[in-house]
Write a protein that binds this ligand. Structure first.
Ligand SMILES: NC(=O)c1ccc[n+]([C@@H]2O[C@H](COP(=O)([O-])OP(=O)(O)OC[C@H]3O[C@@H](n4cnc5c(N)ncnc54)[C@H](OP(=O)(O)O)[C@@H]3O)[C@@H](O)[C@H]2O)c1
Length: 295
C-alpha cells in the first residue's frame, strides 16, 4: 500500500505539527461559527475537536445516528473552553433535510463562517458494470449533488460586507490514485467529480469572498476502514489530529495560496508555500489541479 503515498514535500507528517496546531494564536477561530458534516465520528469528529481547540465561537456537527451525534456533542462540550457545541441529527444526503437545516439557521439567525464538507458516500467495492446505475448514481448523488447543495446555500448567505467564508472539502487520494483504489471505482469517480466541482467553484469565486481548500486527510483508521475489514495493523495509519489541525489551518488566511488546489494533509505547509513548490503554485495555475495529463 506504500505506493498509495505521494510525498510531494520532503517532510511527510503523520500527526499534527506546530504550524497547524489548532491552539496556535494565528489560527484562532474566535468569532467563527463552523459547520461540519459527519462530525460525530472519524475524521469529522477530530476536525470538530480541532475547531473547539481553536476556540471557535460555535461548532455545529451533523450526523444521522442520533446516539452518536449526541455523544460526540457531549464529548466536545466537555473539552470546550467557551465554544458552544450544537449536535444536530441530520442526513445531509436528503435534499429536504438540508433545506430544513438551512431554513432553521436562517430562522434563528445562525450564520456559518466555515463549512467543512467531510461526510462522504464511500461507494461499493465492486466493478462499475457489476453494480450498475443505481449504485453509481447513489454515490454521485451524495458526493456531488449534496456537496453542491450545501456549498450553494453556504455561499449565498449574507455574512455582511468584507466577511470572508471558508469552504473545506475533505477529499481523498482516491481521486488520483486510480490504480491503488481500483477496487472502489465509484468512490474514485464520484469523489473526483466532487473535488472537480470545488476546483471550478474556486475558479469563479475569489478567495477574498470564499476560500476553497480541497484536501486528502491521510490514512486514518475510522469506521469507514473498519467496514472494509481493516484493523490497526492493516496500514501505517496517520493520526486523526493531522486532518483536524490541517482543516483549522485551511480555514485561515495562511492557506489562501492553495485556494482551489488539491493537497494532502501530510504535506508540509511551509514547504508548500516556500521554495520551488511555492514558486510553482504562484506561476502555474494548473499545478495541483485536476487536468488531463500530457497536454
Ligand atoms: N479514513 C480515511 O483513511 C480516509 C482517507 C481518505 C479520505 N477520507 C475522507 O474523509 C472523510 C471522512 O471519512 P471517515 O473515514 O471519517 O468516514 P466514516 O468513518 O464513514 O465517518 C463518516 C461520518 O459521517 C457521518 N455521515 C455519513 N453519512 C452522513 C449523512 N448522510 N449525513 C450526515 N452525516 C453523515 C457518519 O455518521 P452517521 O453514519 O451517524 O451519519 C460518520 O460520523 C470522507 O470524505 C472520506 O472520503 C477518509
Amino acid at each position: 500500500m506504500d505506493s498509495f503515498i505521494k510525498k510531494l514535500t520532503k517532510t511527510y507528517h503523520r500527526s499534527v505539527y506546530p504550524v497547524i496546531t489548532p491552539t496556535r494564536p494565528e489560527l484562532s477561530q474566535a468569532g467563527k461559527t463552523v459547520l461540519i458534516t459527519g462530525g460525530s465520528t472519524g475524521i469529522g469528529y477530530h476536525v470538530a475537536k480541532s475547531f473547539v481547540q481553536a476556540k471557535a465561537d460555535k461548532v455545529i456537527i451533523l450526523g444521522r445516528r442520533v446516539d452518536k451525534v449526541k455523544a460526540a456533542g457531549e464529548a466536545l462540550s466537555a473539552e470546550s473552553q467557551g465554544t458552544k457545541v450544537a449536535a444536530i441529527p441530520c442526513d445531509v444526503g436528503s435534499a429536504t433535510a438540508v433545506a430544513e437545516l438551512w431554513g432553521r439557521f436562517a430562522g434563528e439567525g445562525t450564520r456559518i463562517d466555515v463549512l467543512v464538507l467531510n461526510a462522504a458516500n464511500t461507494g461499493i467495492v465492486k466493478p462499475l458494470m457489476e453494480q450498475g446505475l443505481a449504485g453509481v448514481w447513489e454515490s454521485y448523488d451524495f458526493n456531488v449533488r449534496t456537496q453542491f447543495d450545501m456549498t450553494e446555500r453556504f455561499y449565498k448567505q449574507d455574512l455582511g460586507a468584507g466577511i470572508k467564508k471558508y469552504l473545506i472539502h475533505v477529499s481523498t487520494g482516491a481521486v488520483h490514485n486510480f490504480d491503488v483504489t481500483a477496487a472502489m471505482p465509484t468512490y474514485s469517480m464520484t469523489k473526483h467529480a466532487g473535488a472537480l466541482t470545488f476546483q471550478l467553484v474556486a475558479q469563479e469565486i475569489p478567495p477574498e469572498d470564499m476560500q476553497v481548500v480541497v484536501f486528502h486527510p491521510g490514512a486514518i483508521l475510522t469506521e469507514a476502514g473498519e467496514r472494509l475489514g481493516m484493523t490497526k495493523d492493516s496500514l501505517p495509519w496517520e493520526d486523526p489530529s493531522l486532518p483536524g489541525g490541517f482543516a483549522v489551518w485551511a480555514a485561515t488566511p495562511e492557506a489562501e495560496f492553495i485556494h482551489g488546489r488539491f493537497v494532502w494533509a501530510p504535506w508540509d505547509v511551509d514547504e508548500l508555500k516556500a521554495g520551488e513548490l511555492g514558486k510553482r503554485l504562484k506561476e502555474d495555475q494548473n499545478f495541483l489541479k485536476f487536468n488531463v495529463n500530457g497536454i
